[in-house]
Design a protein around this ligand. Structure first.
Ligand code: UD1
Ligand code: CA
Length: 454
């Protein structure tokens, strides 16, 4: 049975007080609407229709990678029924249509699967939820257990307002029947809008059944209308990530102080201290220890590594038993081999640091290949850029680079070569040699320091 999803995303979102369309605000670094779009992909929908209005240009630009999306404009927001109609008339009659909301980001695939399987030729599948405080929601009106209508808060009677089973807005039914009903819906109500919810009373009148599925967690069907709700759902999302990580055998110093904005795959007996942020796809091996305040993005860290506090790691590859930090910065293309060490205030970009090699303090390595068993002294800088082009530095196995050395690329330091501290190296050096470029030390006796002129 073919499924078409319609995602409503035309609302202005005035309560966000933002120049940005509401559905582009983010949870875990990803636009609200993208969370919903991804659920449609999980359901293997044949087509995904996104109804947009406010900030349409910006929305489509930001979502250019939604390659399954079909965009339908709703120029004027005349109500949810009108919004659905902008897309539903293009959907094959026999398809099941599932209506989702671009500002309800935490809906679960499992819940939707369950809902969709209850659709038949002559019914409507409706997702409901029971809330302690149903304020603001459309209420589910039942007679002899059967759903007979949904009444909006503003149209409800005193008695109806006490009903705590509410409409989530999420429903599924055949496209053909949906389109027949949409033609009959008017805007004769308190808000002067075309309510999608009126479809329930129409279906009941047609003798169609309303089958309900209840959402397990109420946050699944919570919408974002303001920044407070956005923050609340962000925390719920992060709490779920933390639980998933702990279930995989990882100790978190504080599950409420970790943020995963992407995909984190992590091995057993890893430990993550407080306030770490993970972005993009990050893979971390067994027994890795991550100190507080680290930001790790799109990187691989193999088993047994120790990442010390406040290190920033972006698009790097770190082999097993490596130590990084504190205060290290690994930039794209940093490739640290087994058992290497990177200490404080070291920046590494597009460079390999070979096995057992160390750069322990205050160093910049850019476009560099460092072999194994190399020691890079404090304050070593590879001068890889002449203002226009980048050049490579090669440091062969066993070399020793004295402190405060500048290596002016392109340049090569030979195997087991030594560079004396304070040197500026502009030419290749031979294996097993000592090279230094500093001036000889001299002493001036009787030297008087200048005194301040009065
Ligand atoms: C709607 C339901 C209500 C339900 C609640 C759950 C209707 C009439 N009411 O109320 O029963 O309890 O959701 O959150 O459906 N939208 C458009 N175009 C429009 C109008 C709305 O795209 O012309 C989009 C909005 O951007 C929003 C969603 O549809 O994402 C819901 O619209 P909104 O006006 O907020 O409906 P509610 O009053 O919340
Ligand atoms: Ca709403």
């Amino acid at each position: 049975m073919n499924l078409s999803v319609i995602i409503l995303a035309a609302g202005a979102g005035t309560r966000m007080r933002s120049a940005k369309p509401k559905v582009l605000h983010e949870i875990a670094g990803k636009p609200l609407v993208e969370h919903v779009y991804e659920r449609s992909l999980d359901l293997a929908a044949e087509s995904v229709h996104i109804v947009y209005g406010h900030g349409g240009e910006r929305l489509r630009e930001k979502c250019h990678h939604f390659n399954r999306a079909i965009w339908s404009e709703q120029a004027q927001q005349l109500g949810t029924a009108h919004a659905v109609q902008q897309a539903s008339t293009n959907i094959a009659e026999n398809n099941i249509v599932l209506v989702l909301y671009g500002d309800v980001p935490l809906i679960k695939t499992q819940t939707l699967k369950k809902l969709v399987t209850t659709v038949s030729d002559n019914n409507i599948a409706l997702l409901t939820v029971k809330l302690d405080n149903p304020d603001g929601y459309g209420r589910i009106v039942r007679e002899a257990k059967k759903v007979v209508a949904i009444v909006e808060q503003k149209d409800a009677t005193h008695d109806q307002l006490t009903i705590n089973e509410v409409n989530t807005g999420i429903l599924a039914l055949r496209a053909g029947y949906l389109n027949t009903c949409l033609k009959k819906i008017d805007n004769n109500n308190a808000q002067g809008e075309y309510y999608l919810t009126d479809i329930i009373a129409l279906a009941v009148a047609d003798g169609h059944e309303i089958v309900t599925t209840e959402a397990v967690n109420s946050y699944e069907v919570e919408g974002v209308n303001d920044r407070k709700q956005l923050a609340r759902l962000e925390r719920i999302y992060q709490e779920e990530q933390a639980e998933r990580i702990m279930a995989a055998g990882v100790t978190l110093a504080d599950p409420s102080r970790i943020d995963v904005r992407g995909k984190l795959v992590i091995g057993e007996d890893a430990f993550i201290d407080v306030n770490c942020v993970f972005e993009g796809t990050v893979a971390i091996g067994n027994n890795v220890k991550i100190g507080p305040g680290c930001v790790i993005r799109s990187s691989t860290i193999e088993a047994g590594c120790i990442i010390k506090p406040y290190s920033v790691i972006d698009d790097a590859k770190i082999a097993s038993n490596v130590e990084v930090g504190p205060f290290a910065r690994l930039r794209p293309g940093a490739d640290l081999k087994h058992n290497s060490r990177v200490g404080n205030f070291v920046e590494i970009k597009k460079s390999v640091l070979g096995e057992n090699s160390k750069a322990s303090h205050l160093t910049y390595l850019g476009d560099t290949e460092v072999g194994s068993n190399v020691n890079i002294g404090a304050g070593t800088i590879t001068c890889n850029y002449d203002g226009a082009n980048k050049f490579k530095t090669i440091i062969e196995d066993g070399a020793f680079i004295g402190s405060d050395t500048q290596l002016v690329a392109p340049v090569r330091v030979g195997k087991n070569a030594t560079i004396g501290a304070g040197s500026t190296i502009t030419r290749d050096t031979e294996a097993d040699t000592l090279t230094l470029s500093r001036v000889n030390q001299k002493t001036v006796t009787g030297w008087q320091r200048p005194t301040k002129k009065s």
